[in-house]
Design a protein around this ligand. Structure first.
Ligand code: CA
Length: 224
């Protein structure tokens, strides 16, 4: 597993990279937003928000625009954290400085587990198709009418979950429980943010809101 650490403070970056290498990760370190955006592809990005050249939020958004790599945002204590804004930028999780190293490693493990393509059981369909939308559960690739869609890991999880039972209403509680296994973001607003961003990408009509119950994935044009 290759990690990209984006951190300008050498007193944090040094021990952090050393510790992560000891955990068995291959670690690339960059100290600016510009070099983060030019870095080689990695399996996960640890992104400090307070960078000398570009705001970490901008880096997060730009990274997300070109890649679905999991991103854990690192923020300074006292820095105002807008969880919803971070989600909208495409962050998968965040930690607040100063953080414990074990806690960080656990977070990295959790994010990687959630986002890793898993071998689907043999009796499970490897891909699900509904009205031109195709979800490949082996590779985590999603295409719409043949065009690849770039989803964040969480958007993918949510879509794959809804696609697991097309036409069935999933309650908000079920979705929060099954897709957000750690409840890290706390608020159920999280779910609405992800539904909204997913709708933008796959088409609003595909996810129907069942008022005060939950959501259902449908084929918007079943006769075509
Ligand atoms: Ca910093």
């Amino acid at each position: 597993m290759r990690l990209l650490v984006v951190e300008d403070d050498p007193s944090i970056a040094g021990p952090l990279c050393t510790g992560l290498r000891r955990e068995g990760f291959v670690v690339d370190h960059v100290a600016t937003g510009a070099s983060a955006l030019e870095a080689a592809p990695s399996d996960l990005v640890l992104l400090d928000l307070g960078l000398p050249d570009v705001d970490g939020r901008v880096v997060c958004r730009e990274m997300r625009a070109i890649s679905n790599v999991p991103i854990i945002v690192v923020t300074a204590r006292g820095e105002e954290i807008d969880r919803v804004a971070l989600l909208e930028l495409g962050a998968d999780d965040y930690v607040v400085k100063p953080f414990g190293f074990r806690e960080l490693v656990a977070r990295i493990g959790a994010v990687l587990r959630r986002t890793a393509p898993t071998g689907a059981p043999a009796d499970k369909k490897a891909s699900i198709e509904v009205g031109g939308l195709r979800v490949d559960t082996r590779t985590h690739q999603v295409t719409l009418n043949g065009d690849p869609l770039l989803l964040t890991p969480k958007e993918y999880d949510l879509l794959a979950y809804l696609a697991g039972d097309i036409g069935a209403v999933r309650t908000r509680d079920e979705i929060i429980h099954d897709v957000w296994d750690e409840n890290w973001w706390g608020s159920t607003k999280t779910l609405d943010v992800h539904i909204a961003s997913l709708r933008k990408k796959i088409g609003a009509a595909r996810i129907v809101t069942v008022r005060s119950v939950g959501f259902v994935l449908i084929d918007p044009e079943p006769d075509q």
